[in-house]
Design a protein around this ligand. Structure first.
Ligand code: PLP
Length: 456
């Protein structure tokens, strides 16, 4: 097959990039100085850059390429649908077969309380939908004052006004007049930062208790919903103690607060379960998804709407004045169908749960011996290494000063050594494609160890 990339040198690409392309979440000046790395091709779990270097993509692009690159079934599904019907919308009482079939299949693979879906184009739009939908739900029921949504510091729920407001990223809140009114935040269940002297299980219960305190402070009759990622992804792959989510569920039930699980990262097998809420034992009322639903081949997101909410919206609500041009885009839905069927056919969820997930956990236990690593955590095929100064006497590790930029130093070595790992402060994180084999986990671990050695 001939390449679709016109022949330009890396420098030429970089010059055009710097002249015209404003990248997301990027310091424009520093990018212009360094130049982007231009990715031209990919196959399985490997990328190729414009200089021909092979790179192991331990981040699945941006947490999304669950089935790996180059899957013919997805390419064929997109091609067929582009020829048959490239676009039609779902507004004004029309629908297309792929959107209907995908809605059906989603209700099969999601937990039993979900038989309906509202499609969006991305995870951020999905979370905007959540904000409008939970407020609409309480409105219809005659409780318009129930409009406050509680979220967590260091959460990531997207970059639209509502998504970024739900998120708890202080840098984002500092720009553009965020958060929007009616969003409250509590502290995250990050034991290393907030656990003090508590054991992990005890800390999980204490951290969940912060939700109850916030509900009482706001007033239970004003709280519409609580939203959280089962494992905080962009915040640094923060895996909560197992005691956390069941206690959150109990508190939501106690006060009639809707529980929203943001499954944009944790959905579609990432945790070794179809959805993260199944791994952590919650029964959410709403579930946001995106990324892994199409393995990132084309954009698609949405919200699974629990039957309790759908019933009120449908039977009592009249028109829900909300939607996107690309809600249920037929090409995206056709690719999502092929993607979910491939996940089923390859038994990727079971593979992560029973084989590669436990194997990654074992490999990470070994990496935890590295002198630079204070904590190694995994959940399914996600992992985090906390880089800190070990205490020689076996006491608690001490964080590096932020000026050291330890994560970015390590990330630089990864970049130079053919590995994409992401740095979130002092946490080095991974979320590789779910097709990754044990041998590829070994290959990745050897690269990680080399980069940690170089960072020392
Ligand atoms: N929610 C979570 C948990 C995410 O990780 C992300 C993106 O990383 C989003 C929402 C936003 O999704 P998108 O970038 O598709 O808008």
């Amino acid at each position: 097959m001939t390449s679709t990339v016109p022949p330009r040198t890396t420098r030429e690409w970089q010059a055009a990039d710097a002249a015209h392309f404003l990248h997301p979440f990027t310091d424009f000046q520093s990018l212009a100085k360094k130049g982007s790395r231009i990715i031209t091709k990919a196959d399985n779990i490997y990328l190729t850059d414009s200089d021909g270097h092979r790179i192991l993509d331990a981040m699945s692009g941006l947490w999304c390429v669950n089935v790996g690159y180059g899957q013919q079934a997805l390419i064929d599904a997109a091609t067929r649908q582009l020829k048959e019907l490239p676009f039609y919308n779902a507004f004004f009482q029309t629908a297309t077969p792929p959107a209907i079939e995908l809605a059906e299949l989603l209700s099969e693979v999601t937990p039993p309380q979900f038989s309906r879906v509202f499609f969006s184009g991305s995870g951020s739009e999905g979370n905007d939908t959540v904000v409008r939908m939970v407020r609409r739900y309480w409105d219809i029921l005659g409780h318009p004052q129930r409009s406050v949504i509680i979220s967590r510091n260091n959460a990531y729920h997207g970059s639209t006004m509502a998504g970024a407001s739900l998120g708890g990223m202080s840098g984002m809140h500092a720009q553009g007049g965020l958060p929007i009114p009616g969003i409250e935040h509590i502290e995250q269940p990050y034991w290393f930062a907030n656990g003090g002297d508590l054991g992990r299980d005890e800390f999980g219960r204490v951290a969940a208790g912060w939700l109850e305190q916030k509900i009482l402070a706001v007033g239970p009759d004003k709280v519409a919903a609580f939203i959280g990622e089962p494992v905080q992804g962009a915040g640094g792959v923060i895996v909560p103690p197992d005691t956390y989510w069941p206690e959150i569920q109990r508190i939501c039930d106690k006060y009639g607060v809707l529980l929203v699980s943001d499954e944009v990262i944790c959905g579609f097998g990432r945790t070794g379960h179809w959805f993260g809420c199944e791994r952590f034992g919650t029964r959410p009322d709403l579930m946001t998804f995106a990324k892994g639903v199409t393995s990132g081949y084309v954009p698609l997101g949405g919200v699974m709407v629990g039957d309790r909410i759908a019933k009120v919206l449908i039977e009592q609500g009249g028109e829900f004045e909300h939607g996107y041009t690309y809600s249920g885009h037929p090409v995206s839905c056709a690719v999502a169908l092929a993607n979910i069927r491939l996940i089923q056919e390859l038994k990727l969820v079971e593979r992560v749960r029973d084989d590669t997930g436990p194997y990654l956990a074992q490999v990470y236990t070994q990496l935890a011996d590295h002198p630079l690593v204070a904590e190694a955590q995994t959940c399914g095929l996600m992992g985090a290494l906390l880089l800190a100064r070990r205490d020689a006497k076996g006491g608690r590790a001490r964080p590096f000063a932020p000026e050291v930029g330890i994560g970015m130093v390590c990330r630089g070595h990864c970049f130079a050594n053919g590995l994409i790992m992401r740095a979130v402060g002092d946490r080095m994180i991974i979320a590789p494609p779910l097709v990754m084999t044990r041998a590829q986990i070994d290959e990745m671990a050897a690269l990680i160890r080399r980069c940690l050695d170089l960072t020392l």
